[in-house]
Design a protein around this ligand. Sequence first.
Ligand SMILES: [Zn+2]
Length: 282
Amino acid sequence: MNMNWPEPYRMALSLSFDIDAETLWLTRNPINYHHPVHVSRGRYSVKQGIPRILRMLEQEGVHATFFTPAWTAEHHPDVIKCIADCGHEISYHGYLHEVCDTCEEEDALMKKAEDIIRGITGRRPMGQRSPDGILHDFHLGLWQKRGYIYSSNWRNTDRPFIHTIHGKPVPIVELPKDSINDDTSYDMYTIQHPEHYYLKTGREMVGIWEEELDGLLEEKGYMNFVMHPQFIGHPGYVRALRQFIRYALDHQVWVTTDAAIARYLLVQNGFPEYAEPGEGEW
Ligand SMILES: [Zn+2]
């Protein structure tokens, strides 16, 4: 896998967010349909977390990827349009934060979600992060059929790689992730009864991320994130995230979207036709 980052960058980093919002509560336990207080914690994501994060990202001059269940887009179209209009990417994360068990059902679900996102932003998702990390044998072929250029699911490596089908490389880049770079390892305090409190401070969270970044800089590596605005969107955590972004930028790290990194790696690894997004793509 050729991974020569463009000059003057020493490594690459994707700031990616999962806007699970209310779906995180609705899919975990049906009782939450009748528990407005639990669901309102998801709504914090679109009401306060995302606007605060968008202001910070704009001030720091960086773009991010937002994996979005289409239900979230359907119920909060203004928020999704605002994210896209600010130059960020919207990517696939199910309809109601679910994964189907058959290829036909998943195909239909992806089409439904893509139509909703295209209707709001004018563009279709280019990448996929599976809700709860669930994948089936049919997924890779389905992504290829639907024109996806990256997946952000695997955890067996911290280096991107090109997927293969029957031993043959296909134009889908894996952008791996892991819980060490998932904010919920540090700041999640509730998802269903009973609540738990293992909170770390924002300084502790980004302290771990800065150490990880220092190590990856030595390897000219890649760092991906999973951040949830209903948790990391609180003022203290956004403040800490801003400090981390400044730390990365001060160390010549290429901070950009998942789609931009996937396209750059596809071009370097035998798929030059993916250099630029086509009409209606990211
Ligand atoms: Zn999610």
